[in-house]
Design a protein around this ligand. Sequence first.
Ligand SMILES: Nc1ncnc2c1ncn2[C@@H]1O[C@H](COP(=O)(O)OP(=O)(O)OP(=O)(O)O)[C@@H](O)[C@H]1O
Ligand SMILES: [Mg+2]
Length: 223
Amino acid sequence: MKAIELKQVSKTYGQGVSQVQALKDVNFAAATGELNLVVGPSGSGKSTFLTIAGGLQTPTRGQVLIDGQDTAKLSAKQRDRLRLERLGFVLQAYNLLPYLTVRQQFELVDRVKKDNLSAAALQALLRDLGIEQLQDKYPDQLSGGQNQRVAIARALYANPAIVLADEPTAALDSQRVQVVGQIFKDLAVKHHKAVVVVTHDQRLTHFADHCYQIEDGQMSQLA
Ligand SMILES: Nc1ncnc2c1ncn2[C@@H]1O[C@H](COP(=O)(O)OP(=O)(O)OP(=O)(O)O)[C@@H](O)[C@H]1O
Ligand SMILES: [Mg+2]
């Protein structure tokens, strides 16, 4: 069974003359144990695709299945629960809470969800990402790249079965890009997650099991 599947998905924003068709008949599937990369230029529909795949917004047409369940057939409450228990998001705007320290961002996850990483596993992740010294800092005391790595750690802390990441390396230097690429690859291969990364960062392509291209809302498979 596929972890995520999109069937003939289209998304139109706006009305009349200001209408934008952000996705056109997209078919896509992500399996457990694989890192799927979707590359495309700015405005091509990457964030639209990822937020629809994760049930954060609904398509105009077509079906989105998560763990084989048609998300349109779930109640709002069931959808929220599915997202909370199965999905981890690294969004383009990092969505860290400004009034919480790095440490408290993780404590907040503990309040809403059980079965998160152990304290030791979290510290190992923070070490790999090079942010273990920053745990008492607030987001506005961190650089863009540091915030980006905290956002990655927070998504992975919840130990989700499906990881969806939007431009997770945009603010990182080349060395960190390789570290983050390897973390996503390990999540898929060693920890049996389904991982979907959308990006315009060509430095990630060699980590991918499958590579897709998106252009003007149309997706095609490259490899
Ligand atoms: N809420 C919205 N309302 C209207 N148009 C939107 C909305 N969100 C996105 N769009 C439009 O849909 C198209 C795809 O946008 P999207 O954000 O998915 O692109 P993207 O590939 O993620 O771009 P970037 O690389 O800059 O993040 C663009 O033309 C954008 O202007
Ligand atoms: Mg985007």
